[in-house]
Design a binder for this molecule. Structure first.
Ligand code: DGY
Length: 326
């Protein structure tokens, strides 16, 4: 019997690759860099399944070139690299990996918040490069955290896990934006659902956890940074395009806000010569929020489960376009 053909756009942890290889005829892209668009198109043509990464653009042209495709399994919780309407029109379910990376991502949000607040990027570089000349009463002063206010932009799973850490760990007051108030969150964290302007004006720390879509793209621009406190720390672990980066750089340079911690940028990778890398009050990680061994294994298992369900014609355990089943 011929086995279903699938293309896996990068080497995944074995926890995901092994179950896929057990059932399918797998073509794994061997390089560290993503397949170029034309190569991706060639490899996917004739496949029934595709495992894509957030660096692979799964657009209408790619889907049109793969008429036998029955499932796209994205190795990420975010699916902004996939043209969902185009997949839905073709009745192709798209899977993602929610839940399993919540804690790892919240950990990085808090790590960046602490690092930016305490100027860790700047002062550790200073120490390494010989500018640590003595213990100074007014040297490298950062922000206090206990009892301050955190504004969570997008109170989903990761926003909640981040808020929980900051509330229970540092006694922070929690404000949040979401489509509607979340009574459970309000009860558990004493949190308050507010409008975006209030969140910006009243938060000492602003942490972004919203999905990237046309309404959230560019939601942080000059005006939003102006509305924030001059002592505010901005953290983004969601997606780079939420932020107008030249305006963020301008705000950090001018002291409109105190500091930023970013795990995501636009583009990725951010060129080493980019202005944001030159600013001492900006600390940047290379999109590593889910990068723990346990989390990546769990993502790989979920990704394989989605792919195999789609290949077998079953409902995906985690499908972001369930309309395909209607
Ligand atoms: C995701 O899953 O969307 C993260 O950005 C990468 O793990």
């Amino acid at each position: 019997m011929t086995r279903p053909r699938v293309f896996v756009a990068r080497r995944l942890p074995d926890a995901g690759l092994a179950p896929i290889a057990a059932e399918c005829d797998v073509d794994v892209w061997p390089d560290r860099l993503p397949p170029p668009a034309d190569e991706l198109r060639k490899r996917v043509a004739g496949c029934v399944g595709l495992v894509s990464l957030l660096t692979d653009k799964v657009d209408a042209a790619l889907l049109a070139a793969a008429p036998t495709l029955k499932v796209v399994s994205n190795f990420a919780v975010g699916v902004n690299n996939v043209d969902l309407p185009a997949a839905t029109v073709r009745k192709i379910p798209v899977g993602n990996t929610p839940g399993v990376l919540t804690d790892a991502t919240a950990d990085i949000a808090v790590t960046l918040l602490l690092a930016a607040a305490r100027r860790l990027g700047e002062n550790s570089t200073d120490a390494k490069e010989g500018r640590w000349i003595t213990w100074e009463p007014t040297g490298w002063l950062g922000c206090d955290l206990v009892g301050r206010t955190v504004g969570i932009v997008g109170m989903g799973r990761i926003g909640f896990a981040t808020a929980k850490r900051l509330h229970h760990g540092w006694g922070m007051k929690v404000l949040y934006t979401a489509r509607s108030p979340k009574p459970d969150v309000d009860r558990e964290l004493g949190a308050k659902h507010v409008d975006f302007d209030t969140l910006l004006a009243e938060s000492d720390f602003v942490s972004v956890h919203a999905d990237l879509n046309p309404t959230t793209t560019g939601m942080f621009g000059a005006e939003q940074f102006r509305q924030m406190k001059r002592t505010a720390v901005f953290v983004n672990t969601a997606r780079g395009p939420h932020v107008d980066q030249p305006e963020l750089a301008a705000a950090l340079r001018a002291g409109t806000i105190f500091a930023a911690g970013l795990d995501v940028t636009d583009p990725e990778p951010l060129p080493p010569s980019h202005e944001l890398f030159t600013l001492p009050n900006c600390i940047i990680a290379p999109h590593v929020a889910s990068a723990t061994t346990g989390t990546r294994d769990a993502m790989a298992r979920l990704c394989a489960a989605n792919l195999l369900a789609g290949v077998r014609g079953e409902r995906l355990p985690h499908c972001v376009n369930p309309q395909v089943y209607e």
